[in-house]
Design a protein around this ligand. Sequence first.
Ligand SMILES: Nc1ncnc2c1ncn2[C@@H]1O[C@H](COP(=O)(O)OP(=O)(O)OP(=O)(O)O)[C@@H](O)[C@H]1O
Length: 242
Amino acid sequence: MSDVLVEGLNASYRQNKVLHDVSFKVQPGTLTAIIGPNGAGKSTLLKVMLGLHPKLSGTVSFYGSAFSKVKSRIGYVPQRGSVDWDFPTDALDVVMMGLYGKVGWLKWPKASHRQQALHALDQMGMADYAHRQISQLSGGQQQRVFLARALVQDSDLYFLDEPLAGVDAATEKAIMTTLQLLKEQGKTVMVVHHDLHTVEEYFDHVLLLNRTIVAHGSTREAFTQEQVYRAYGGSLRWIGGT
Ligand SMILES: Nc1ncnc2c1ncn2[C@@H]1O[C@H](COP(=O)(O)OP(=O)(O)OP(=O)(O)O)[C@@H](O)[C@H]1O
């Protein structure tokens, strides 16, 4: 069974049809880049799959079930710009929020949960910032905190929306090492990504989107000059291998 199965998905914002008949399936233990030009519908695809934006038609299933039934197995890291970073809370609390599925709302987290959250911050090189207000973290540090939150959720399936946008080289490395580790543990990871130069190095699968699927498959098969030109409209200088 596929981890993710999307069939005939259509979605719009008012009159603006953003996703046209999108169908694909994703196998376990893969690390997929979702790439395509600005406005291609990459973020919208994630939002529709996770029930954050309504679909016009089509089906989305995870492990053969609707999102609502398998929510606890799915982690989502939204675009940094879409989060209210002025919310008065510290880094440790943000990570603890990832544990609510396990702790239960309105129950006190145990010391072991706190330890788990601290460990995840440490994994992302953020242990020293546990008690720093999130508004006082840099963009890259905020992104690391969000990754730590996704880690404690211990999901089977992760969706990340541009986790590498605006981060420095060290943070990019920390994030990609973490995602590779999740993949090696057999988890399935899908990442909206904008840097074509690093696709071949970082990802084993590619989903090329421009409002509809242009190509999908292993990076070798799908990330070719011809397909990328089709998705981006031919205005790019080719940087890949094939
Ligand atoms: N909340 C919204 N209301 C109305 N239109 C929207 C909204 N969000 C996105 N859109 C429109 O939907 C289309 C797809 O946007 P989306 O953010 O999914 O693209 P994207 O591929 O993630 O783009 P980018 O690479 O620029 O982040 C664009 O034309 C965008 O203007």
